[in-house]
Design a binder for this molecule. Structure first.
Ligand SMILES: *Cc1c(COP(=O)(O)O)cnc(C)c1O
Length: 397
């Protein structure tokens, strides 16, 4: 069976985890934590990167940092993971869902302004599959109405919009190192990016359980004490050690995923040209990271049949988010603004194919041939071999 996902492991993770154990310093603030944070600050060209136990935790920190409270409204797409909404619901906010664009599955920037009310406090763009939302437009709206922008960049590590890394546009950016993401800290993990200096000190206080322990480490106060609200938002050292093994190979992992993504794309193009499926659309100014490879089929019914057919042929595939506004909690804590033109329809026809660092070319061929057979389209073998050859030369170092 070809699994849907396999967490990446590139070689040095075990060694670094052992090193962390032997350092006898397993809490937050250890060497691997520091190394990772510095790497992200440099890579993303940002002032403050804080490792967290999950992207969920990082999102919760942003809700505390922006003082979201009962009665506030937060705008986001309905096509996202529950944590995007939960972080703000935990603070008593009402979620206002806005429709997505059918091409990128991201929030439709042209439908945001109409959803803003006196109560709106923040916009949370989600960069689906590491493909950027329309950030210029979103930042302009946020500026006009004085709203916070929190980028849920869980899937967007190593991605950019017009050359600038995702996660660095809003007041805050959050990332995930869950085992299903491109880089993992051994299962669960996340990262908060603070892009506005004004929030840096409070971010560290919230991170350190409401204490000014970070200032104490920096020698700025002579003892640390409880100074505000906070929680336990540090990543442990063993997770950071595992993560270091991955980000050390960040470019290799990224290149490999893009390589596999492009192979899928080229192989499946003939099916798209015949109008049988649709392939992902990447706006030209967005650099993605091969996080997800999805196809869109005719409808929910056809998708169910294809999932079953793939399964019979040893292939696991997966659909994605059931729109939050149609879930029991989504109905209770949120409302959909305007017409649901694309959110439900497009989510019902999207199918994710196996995508992971270790996936082989042979496996992709088997998957593509199986899909082709499902559509009784036997020409796939004619797909340009020289393309694959060129890609291999381009991506292998
Ligand atoms: C994975 C994901 C999350 C949650 O990340 P965790 O690290 O598991 O908390 C949040 N938002 C989006 C869009 C995600 O894909």
């Amino acid at each position: 069976m070809i699994p849907f996902n396999k967490p990446p492991c590139t070689g040095n993770e075990e060694k670094y985890v052992l090193e962390a154990i032997r350092s006898c310093k397993l809490g937050g603030n250890g060497n691997f934590n520091k190394k990772c944070q510095e790497w992200f600050e440099k890579k993303l060209n940002c002032n403050k990167a804080l490792l967290t136990p999950s992207c969920t935790a990082a999102l919760e920190m942003t809700a505390l940092l922006t003082d979201i409270k009962e009665g506030d409204e937060v705008i986001m797409p309905s096509y996202t993971f529950v944590s995007t909404a939960n972080a703000f619901v935990l603070r008593g906010a009402k979620i206002v869902f806005v429709d997505i664009r059918p091409d990128t599955m991201n929030i439709d920037e042209n439908k945001i302004e109409d959803a803003i009310t006196e109560k709106t406090k923040a916009i949370v763009p989600v960069h689906y599959a590491g493909v950027s939302c329309e950030m210029d437009k979103i930042l302009n709206i946020a500026k006009k109405y004085k709203l916070y922008v929190i980028e849920d960049s869980a899937q967007g590590m190593m991605c950019s919009y017009k050359g600038k890394p995702l996660g660095t546009f809003g007041h805050f950016g959050t990332f995930s190192f869950h085992e299903t993401k491109n880089y993992t800290s051994g299962g669960e993990g996340g990262l908060l990016i603070v892009n506005n200096q004004h929030f840096e000190e409070r971010a560290e206080i919230i991170w350190e359980k409401g204490t000014n322990r970070s200032l104490f480490f920096q020698g700025k106060v002579d003892k640390y004490t409880w100074v505000g609200v906070g929680s336990s938002y540090l990543m442990n050292e063993i997770s950071a050690a595992y993560l270091w093994g991955q980000i050390e190979r960040a470019e290799d992992i990224n290149n490999r995923r893009l390589y596999l993504w492009n192979i899928y794309y080229e192989y499946l193009k003939p099916l798209e040209e015949l109008g049988l499926i649709e392939l992902p659309k990447i706006p030209e100014y967005c650099q993605h990271n091969g996080h997800i490879f999805y196809i869109k089929v005719r409808d929910k019914n056809e998708r169910g049949k294809l999932i079953e057919y793939l399964k019979q042929n040893g292939i696991s595939s997966a659909f994605h988010y059931i729109p939050l506004h149609s879930s029991p909690a989504g109905k209770k804590f949120g409302r959909f603004h305007g017409k649901d033109e694309f959110t439900t329809k497009e989510s019902e026809r999207l199918l994710r194919l196996p995508m992971y660092f270790d996936l082989s070319l042979e496996e992709i061929e088997h998957i593509v041939f199986t899909i082709s057979n499902f559509y009784r389209f036997k020409d796939t073998k004619a797909v340009k071999k020289e393309f694959i050859h060129n890609m291999e030369i381009a991506f292998k170092n």
